[in-house]
Design a protein around this ligand. Structure first.
Ligand SMILES: [Zn+2]
Length: 255
């Protein structure tokens, strides 16, 4: 059972909704091997269906002609990932490669009616990020259902250019975490204080000189963060004074 699906997606910074019971859900309670591959689908549910992931009911419970669950994961229009099952799912049918068949492949059923209906940018971006995270975690690559299904032409989903999607997944740079993030924090930071530069120029200082004087260099990002926090707290103090002035003016106690 792939009980780490939710954590992998959440670890990539993605919004995740765990469907109760998902960790033990699978066709007949079966698990899957690997996974060794991943298949992307679109649900084909009508665009008029309301909600973020109107296909949830059928993906989790199946259809009269196909036992559920129909995919481990769902992807809503808003880019939210629905974690539905950790075990075997009926999403692939006959395929050209056992690594991309139900016993070995995970399926992502993305909410889209098919045809030429475009994907919301936020949903596509979430698919890229999620496929990258799952691909890295399980060492799997992604194919479209329409690519793996046999006989050829049996399936048309997903209505995406799969080569473009794979390129986007490969080029995706995961958000900095752990030591990368610390290295970013420790890097030297230089910036120009635009307000200060404007003030200096107004005082007759040349633009070049003003830029030089208004340039602030912090030895590392932590100091820059501290500087920003100082600035914010002084801005909040200014705001408090301003509020008190306004209140006083309203009462007529201040000229
Ligand atoms: Zn499909």
């Amino acid at each position: 059972m792939l009980t780490d699906l939710a954590d992998v997606l959440r670890g990539a910074g993605l919004p995740v909704r765990e469907m109760p019971g998902w960790k033990t859900r699978g066709v007949n309670g079966w698990g899957i091997n690997g996974p060794f591959g991943g298949l992307v689908h679109h649900t084909g549910t009508a665009a008029a269906a309301a909600g973020d992931y109107p296909s949830l009911h059928v993906v989790r419970g199946g259809r009269s002609d196909l036992q559920g669950p129909l995919a481990q994961l769902g992807l809503g229009r808003s880019g939210v990932w629905y974690v539905i099952a950790a075990g075997y799912c009926n999403h692939a049918g006959p395929t050209d490669d056992p690594d991309f068949a139900n016993p070995r492949a995970i399926g992502v059923e993305c909410e889209n009616p098919g045809g030429s209906t475009p994907w919301p940018a936020v949903q596509y971006a979430s698919l890229v990020t999620g496929c990258r995270a799952l691909g890295d975690h399980y060492s799997i690559r992604w194919r479209g259902h329409k690519e793996a299904a046999v006989p050829q032409g049996r399936k048309v989903d997903p209505n995406l250019d799969m080569n473009k999607l794979r390129n986007r997944i490969a080029a995706h740079r995961p958000a900095p975490t752990g030591t990368d993030f610390l290295e970013d924090l420790m890097a030297k930071v230089t910036f120009v204080d635009a307000n200060e530069m404007t003030n200096l120029i107004a005082q007759g200082v040349s633009k070049t000189e003003a830029r030089k004087r208004a340039t602030v260099t912090y030895p590392d990002g932590t100091a820059a963060l501290a500087g920003t926090l100082n600035f914010l707290s002084s801005a909040l103090r200014d705001l408090a004074v301003l509020k008190a002035d306004v209140a006083a003016l309203k009462k007529g106690t201040k000229a």
